[in-house]
Write a protein that binds this ligand. Structure first.
Ligand SMILES: [Zn+2]
Ligand SMILES: [Zn+2]
Length: 554
């Protein structure tokens, strides 16, 4: 008979920040902790998300007892709609807010009816066959984040989820420090712990400190205040609602994900405020500037987000002007720095006073820095440490802290996705053979490995962009201005200039076609315009975009 073994297999989240998921298996019982997605690397054009490879779970789905969710961020819940059916709709366990956010996603994928949920708290023990699970509270940038303590007959583990220690958090609820130290006393063989900020010394600053700075900006602003933060930062949003009330401002919301998360959080009681405080953004211009606080998203400079639309003058209601204060309450995710710099620059050009994290702390990370990580180890006192949630270099930095917190450096395991760690009679060993994890992408609603041909076509489009031209013609002449849209063709800065040149070329082309043909057909116009605009794109911009003329005879 084989010795009884607890197996831990991270199937995502160890070679990236994203698609977090870990399999915990003991005899006949299997649990999955988290099921997140990752936004793809830039080279994978048009691919929506990368998700964990769940093949191992699919083959054993009759033994899968549930999916435990640590918190409601997409890198922990985002893959659920894509895998739930394949896994046979196992019950999903998590805090009320985490499950609320999961339910919203499943609703969009029309899967809500088949799904099963159980709201858990940090007071009970949940039994899954021979596995016993307890949850404990941690601080993070979303309320109700939890870590997991899993016990089996041969070994116990703690999975922190994403965490930091904040003694004055925005929601006033501290991490379960006492519980963690009790768990440590009961015995922990393995600690799986968040490595995102392992390279940063010290403690992560408190939300309370950030709140002070945010309030200061609201208090001293004479004009409108516009604050951009992540839509899942419900705790910070609650504080901002209170500041708005104290300083006599109405709150206007702009941004799709913000509106939807706001509504979920309000319904579940995570946001509390007087009804009159919130006013429809369409009425923002009917209020005096000094009475306005706009909450929005897009602090990363995402081109389609509300703040970017404000920065390019394309927002329907909010035109930035002198006297506006814009607070970017986030710090750029690595890779977004340029975009954010452009955003700040564009807002400033319109006359806004822009406050970002470079000037004062108007954002605190949700992830613990070195002192937080060491504190976690000192409380839990594990025999072994497995740094998770991060690329190799982050996890290695985390591992290097272990000896300072009482964990032997020989007991630090830098795993890759698909590696297997086994515990037998409280002895930990890594298994030589791994389970195979493939790179799984989801594209719209489909799932699978994308053909390389499709990727190539998308790559061409992504490199050269797209120009769409809609023109109404009456007797061969333009009826109204043509509508010219470019995507990925030139940068935002050059866009206006490019559109102007295309417009000019279009008009010339039209006259040329009219001269050449007696009564030109739709095809004549399409063909002529396409080739003239393509020529312009190549000569002036050195690009070969896809050109889509749409001709309407009116
Ligand atoms: Zn998170
Ligand atoms: Zn995360």
């Amino acid at each position: 008979m084989h010795p009884k073994t607890l197996r831990c297999i991270p199937i995502g989240g160890l070679e990236e920040v994203g698609k977090n998921s870990m399999v915990v298996e003991y005899e006949q019982d299997i649990l999955a902790i988290d099921m997140g997605f990752q936004f793809p690397e830039d080279e994978l054009f048009g691919v929506d998300y990368v998700i964990p490879d769940i093949q191992y779970l699919v083959e054993r789905k009759h033994r899968l007892k549930g999916i435990l969710i640590t918190h409601g961020h997409l890198d922990h819940i985002g893959a659920i709609p894509y895998v739930l059916a394949d896994l046979g709709f196992p019950t999903i366990y998590g805090s009320a807010l985490s499950l609320g956010l999961v339910q919203k996603q499943l609703e969009e994928h029309k899967l809500l009816k088949s799904a099963k949920f159980k709201v858990v708290d940090n007071k009970q023990t949940y039994n899954f066959g021979q596995l016993q699970v307890e949850f404990f509270r941690v601080n993070h940038s979303i309320p109700d984040a939890m870590g997991v303590y899993v016990r089996s007959p041969v070994g116990n583990l703690v999975h922190t989820g994403d965490f930091k220690f904040d003694f004055t958090p925005s929601d006033g609820i501290e991490a379960d420090i006492q519980r963690l130290s009790e768990i440590g006393k009961r015995g922990v063989d393995l600690l799986f712990s968040d490595s995102t900020n392992a390279l940063k010394p010290g403690h992560t600053i408190s939300e309370r400190f950030v709140a002070g700075n945010l309030e200061e900006n609201i208090a001293k602003a004479k004009g409108r205040v516009i604050i951009a933060c992540f839509s899942s930062m419900i705790g910070r949003i609650q504080q901002l609602l209170e500041f708005a009330k104290q300083h006599g401002r109405k709150v206007f919301l702009s941004g799709g994900s913000l509106l939807s998360n706001f509504e979920i959080a309000r319904k579940l009681g995570y946001l509390k405020f007087d009804k009159q405080l919130i006013v429809d953004i369409r009425q923002v211009n009917q209020h005096a500037d000094k009475d306005v606080l706009i909450l929005t998203t897009g602090g990363q400079g995402e081109p389609m987000a509300a703040l970017s639309r404000m920065a390019t003058g394309a927002h329907a209601q909010v035109k930035i002007h002198d006297g506006d204060t814009v607070v970017v309450s986030s710090s750029p995710i690595p890779g977004n720095e340029k975009q954010v710099a452009f955003l700040v620059d564009a807002l400033s050009r319109f006359g806004a006073y822009v406050v970002s994290n470079q000037m004062m702390d108007v954002h605190a990370s949700g992830h613990g820095q070195q002192e937080d990580l060491k504190l976690m180890m000192s409380l839990v006192r594990p025999e072994h440490l497995v740094p998770i949630h991060g690329n190799f270099y982050m996890r290695r930095a985390h591992g290097q802290l272990a000896p300072e917190a009482g964990v032997s450096k020989d007991n630090v395991h830098l795993m890759d996705n698909g590696n297997v760690l086994e515990v037998r009679d409280h002895k930990v060993s890594s298994k030589k053979e791994d389970i195979k994890v493939r790179y799984v992408v989801v594209d719209g609603t489909g799932k699978g490995d994308l053909g390389s041909q499709i990727l190539k076509e998308r790559e061409a489009m992504a490199q050269n962009g797209l120009i769409s031209l809609v023109l109404k013609l009456r007797k061969g002449q333009l009826a109204g201005n043509p509508v010219i849209t470019t995507r990925g063709f030139v940068g935002l800065k050059e866009q206006q200039k490019a559109v102007k040149e295309i417009d000019k070329k279009l008009r010339e082309s039209l006259q040329k076609i009219n001269k050449r043909n007696k009564s030109p057909s739709v095809e004549d116009y399409e063909h002529g315009i396409r080739s003239d605009v393509a020529g312009l794109a190549l000569q002036r911009f050195n690009k070969r975009p896809v050109i889509l003329p749409v001709i309407l005879f009116v």
